[in-house]
Design a protein around this ligand. Sequence first.
Ligand code: AMP
Length: 544
Amino acid sequence: MLGKMMSQPLLIPAVLEHAARFHRETEIVSRREDGGLHRYTYGEAARRSRRLANALVALGLTPGQRVGTLAWNGFRHLELYYAVPGAGFVCHTINPRLFPEQIRFIINDADDQYVFVDPDFVPLLEKIAPGLPGVQGYVIMTERSRMPATTLPGALCYEELIGGMPDQFVWPLLDENTASGMCYTSGTTGNPKGVLYSHRSTVLHAMAGGRSEVFGLSSRDVVMPVVPMFHVNSWGLPYCAPMAGAKLVLPGGRLDGASLAELIREEGVTVSAGVPTVWLSLLDHADKAQDTLAPLSRVLIGGSAAPARMMERFDALGIQPIHAWGMTETSPVVTVATLTPRHDALSPDERMGLRIKQGAALFGAEMRIVGYDGVEQPWDGATSGMLEVRGPWICSGYFSEDDGQAFSPDGWFVTGDICTITPDGFMEIVDRAKDVIKSGGEWISSIALENVAIGHPAVREAAAIGRPDEKWGERPRLVLVLREGARLTAEELREYLAPRIAKWWMPDDFVLAETLPHTATGKLLKMELRRLYRAPDHPDARPL
Ligand code: AMP
């Protein structure tokens, strides 16, 4: 027998309409490119999103088509977050920090029909536009007077595009499983893969994220997502904040400690979220400027492991740091390391030991660890296994290239993180099966780096591994075997690599080796390489 309750679909525009109705005057403050601030309210954001939805329909888009964005956190990006999926299209947020060739691949793979771009990223897009045959047009996210001169074919001005449009739009009553957003993961081997969110997954994830052990939002909060809107929907905050009626502060492209501290102070930010690298620069600024960062009271730290020292520095300022784990494929939040009353009796050291783990699963998501033999491992805090997760905001497949390898035979998503779980459910990442390096919250593909390096005539074999780095989490180190009789200086190798990789992919140092460890099938044994060469001050790390 079915229950007799309404099956009202969970749809994204309802979130903004809720905020516009019940928190109409609550502000959204955005940092502009020129450093100034733009301010408006949820009421205005909803009106302009409806205008944008009319404009998208007028452009001739058909249901399900993808609209790309290359933009910082700002009010126009927020409007796209609502209008694109609300009108039945898919909002594809593109990471501008990727190498241009990867961006070209991603836009073509997603088959983006239009790309909305911040003026900052116009030069980047101009470089790849000739290789984007499917894109029908570009929209520069600015007003007429600030339009840059551009070679982008038929570039439109955002404000002109929406200016003449009505501010009424009837959001279609979509199936809640309709695709709403898209974000590529560039971390795993091979080409980047598209993760396709739905209205339902997005709304459920945002409802979970608002809970007290995660963002814990109310209408008294002022929320500043530092995590970019091109990284897994800014961890859901652009949805969580309007749901709760919290004021939103969008920091644009200025993510240095001083600029963030200014927004915290001037706009009264109480809750924020970002990767450890960002927090390090904020904490260093706070130390130097003797700034208490008031009224900031909670920060979510994720994307890379939060070091104990960082947690202590936040504690000392009276700010609660919350360590969380997630992935692009998981919307992203799955676990948070929030202590509960059963931990009250523990010593400060024991409590810190738990707080720096990745934490317990939120209701709605499930996790397990599995051994190489496919057998589920015990939650004893010592036995490790591959972390697998499932739940309504976890992906069930990839957009185009899907070999199904990321899923277990019974349908769990295989994360690539090797973890332990304590008896009371605190998960900790102890290693990584995926062959990637995470630096400042962004992925460096070690395989791509190795392939470029072995293109050099003096290099016989190369292995890229991440070595721990206080500021960036990890930095790439290249372990090299040279061809017999070959000579190579670090300077020569750097010169060779520079035009072939993104600037921030450049290895910090090189290690020469006689041989590299391999598996029986000839693959590099990355875990062994990490064991041998990971130490930050490895004795063999030197200029070639
Ligand atoms: P992404 O899809 O780019 O968000 O990257 C997800 C991956 O980042 C995870 O599978 C982990 O390897 C890593 N990661 C995310 N959060 C954490 C964390 N709190 N601690 C350690 N690694 C993390």
